[in-house]
Ligand binder design. Sequence first.
Ligand code: UDP
Length: 244
Amino acid sequence: MSKPEKLLDKKGLRLDGRKLDELRPIKMEVGVLNNADGSAYLEQGKNKVLAAVYGPKEVHPKHLALADRAILRCRYHMAPFSVEERKSPAPSRREIELSKVIREALEPAVFLEYYPRTAIDIFIEILQADGGTRCAGITTAALALADAGVPMRDLVVACAAGKVDGKLALDLMDLEDKYGEADVPLAMMPGINAVTLLQMDGSLTLEEFQKAVKMAMEGCKQIYEMQKKALKAKYVAIKEEIQE
Ligand code: UDP
C-alpha cells in the first residue's frame, strides 16, 4: 500500500479509527488442531496467526539433547499468501531472526529443567500479516504451550507501542509500522512483571521510549486477560461436552 498522507486525522484518530491507546480487535482460540500436542489461533486486527506445539519429546538429532534440561525450538514462518507481495516460502533472514527472538522471549517462562534430554517444538504460521506479527506470534505460541500442558512460570504476552505523526500509539498496524517514526515491540510475563523481549526500530527520545514501554506493558496486560479467558473457554467447552 502506498504512503498515506497522514496517519492521524484531525480528531487524533488512526487510519482504522482507533484511539492512540487502543488495541486492535483481538480474537483467540485454544486447541484448534487435532494433531499437535497444543495449539492456538489468534486474530489481532488483520493479523491471523496459528501456533502448534509438539513435546516434550525425544530429541532428533540426538546430539542436540541437553543432560539437564529440554531444548526449546521455534519456527516463525510467513505463508506466501500472508502479505501483499507473495513471499517465498523458503525461510528468509528476517524469519530466521524472528524465530530466535521469539524463542528467547518464550524460554524464560518454560520450566525446561523438568524435562531433561527432550525437545519442545513451536511452529508459528503467519497466515495473514498486518504489522506486529512477532508479538502476535509470541502471544499465540504461549497459548499453544499452555494448551500442550507445558509447565510455565506465567503466560508470555507481547504487544508493541510506537510513534506515528509525532504521537505515541499502541499496537501499530503495518502502515503505522512502515511510515511511523518508531516501533517498540515488548513481551512480558505480567503475573511476575518480567520483560522477556524489548526491541526498538526508529528513533524516540528517552522520555518517549519510557512512555512507549509503559504503553506496550498496559497493552500486554489487556491481552493477558484475553489469553486467560481463551484458555478457560476451552475447558468450559470440554466440560459441557462431557455433561451432554
Ligand atoms: N511484511 C511484508 N513482507 C515481508 C515481511 C513483512 O509485507 O516479507 C509486512 C508484514 O505486514 C509485517 C510488517 O511488514 O507484519 C512488519 O514487519 P516487521 O519485520 O516489522 O515485523 P512485525 O511488525 O510483523 O513483527
